[in-house]
Design a protein around this ligand. Structure first.
Ligand code: NAP
Length: 304
């Protein structure tokens, strides 16, 4: 055991348990150990704990023993099916503990697990990791949490060990998962926009590297639009301060036409245009672009 670990144990620092030692779970446990938290680990395949044990972790013989050891129990397994299989038999030992589930899933699964935990006198925080394993414990990591604020406040110092950017979103345990997919949607939409643009330019022999610098500038421009869009969405009023949806709609026709005539995949432009067709048909042609939120709020394929 390291000197730091002994000092922390003597100082009564939170005893942490990490269940699940895949790529992410190992990184989480390693960060706790680096920061001197007494850490118990468990994994279905015990061999994955070897390096952590060499770094000072205690390897529990069972998930039950691991939960009993920790006041703060961090769970990071593949999916909620695995979370359920793991936790279901441990209902009698989770009471009085704070369970922090960093497994990716849906908001409904997070709320269900929160309900399961509270019926067993455990406190449930759901978290979404915005980092890759090597980033954990470094300035590159961000993790968002949702669930009871008191539990977050109590364990915030330990949670900051994993990511300096550690944010509590609210009491609803589903918020962290929702935030995660919202950010992923944003990233994939931007990424796909870049890839589609690169495919278009590629037909004229322009390489992607040349396009990248212009694309960065364009993404910066879009970033500048967001506070104004957000205000209009929150106010529910969409005055066209720069361009109307009708103007955007006309430019989208060019994008679809250009993609089709160049033999580039036109599915993404067609989708963008189809949503905008509906906004125009619904009488929003004279509104600002933020009025498109009304299309995203409806289930897929809803007519105006
Ligand atoms: P991984 O390397 O595939 O590890 C999966 C872990 O889940 C392993 O410890 C595995 O145990 C365990 N597991 C699977 N089924 C189980 C079951 N039925 N009972 C008990 N344990 C079970 O995945 P990962 O990269 O660590 O990702 C873990 C979670 O973090 C995922 O939800 C992922 O979306 C999320 N996440 C990952 C990243 C990333 O960059 N890796 C980033 C953000 C979020 P065995 O070792 O015994 O198979």
């Amino acid at each position: 055991m390291t000197k730091q670990l002994m000092e922390n144990r003597d100082a009564g620092r939170t005893h942490v348990t990490v269940l699940g030692l895949g790529l992410m779970g190992q990184a989480l446990a390693a960060a706790f150990l680096r920061d001197g938290y007494p850490t118990t680990v468990w994994n279905r395949t015990a061999a994955k704990a070897e390096q952590l044990v060499a770094q000072g972790a205690k390897l529990a013989g069972s998930a039950r023993d691991a939960v009993v050891d920790g006041r703060l129990v961090v769970i990071c397994v593949s999916d909620y099916q695995a979370v359920r299989e793991l936790l279901e038999p441990l209902g009698d030992v989770v009471g009085g503990r704070v369970l922090v589930n960093l497994t990716s899933g849906t908001s409904a699964q997070a709320r269900e697990t929160g309900e399961w935990a509270s019926q067993r006198d455990a406190t449930y925080l759901d978290g979404a990791i915005m980092a890759v394993p090597p980033g954990i414990g470094t300035a590159d990591a961000a993790i968002v949490y949702s669930g009871p604020r008191t539990a977050f406040d109590l364990h915030e110092p330990a949670l900051r060990t994993l990511a300096p950017t550690t944010t509590h979103l609210g009491a609803d345990p589903g918020l962290a998962s929702l935030y995660e997919v919202a950010v992923l949607s944003l990233m994939w939409n931007m990424g796909n926009g870049f890839l589609h643009g690169a495919a278009l330019l590629g037909t004229a022999g322009v390489d992607a590297t040349t396009f990248a610098s212009l694309a960065e500038q364009a993404i910066g421009t879009v970033t500048g639009w967001l506070p104004g869009y957000a205000r209009q969405i929150d106010d529910g009023a969409y005055p066209a301060l720069d361009a109307t949806i009708d103007t955007h709609h006309a430019a989208m026709e060019h994008l679809v036409h250009e993609s089709e005539s160049l033999g580039v995949n036109a599915e993404l432009p067609r989708l963008i245009k189809a949503l905008t067709d509906r906004a125009v048909a619904g009488g929003h042609g004279g509104d600002g672009y933020a009025a498109m939120i009304e299309q995203f709020r409806k289930p897929s394929g809803t007519r105006p």
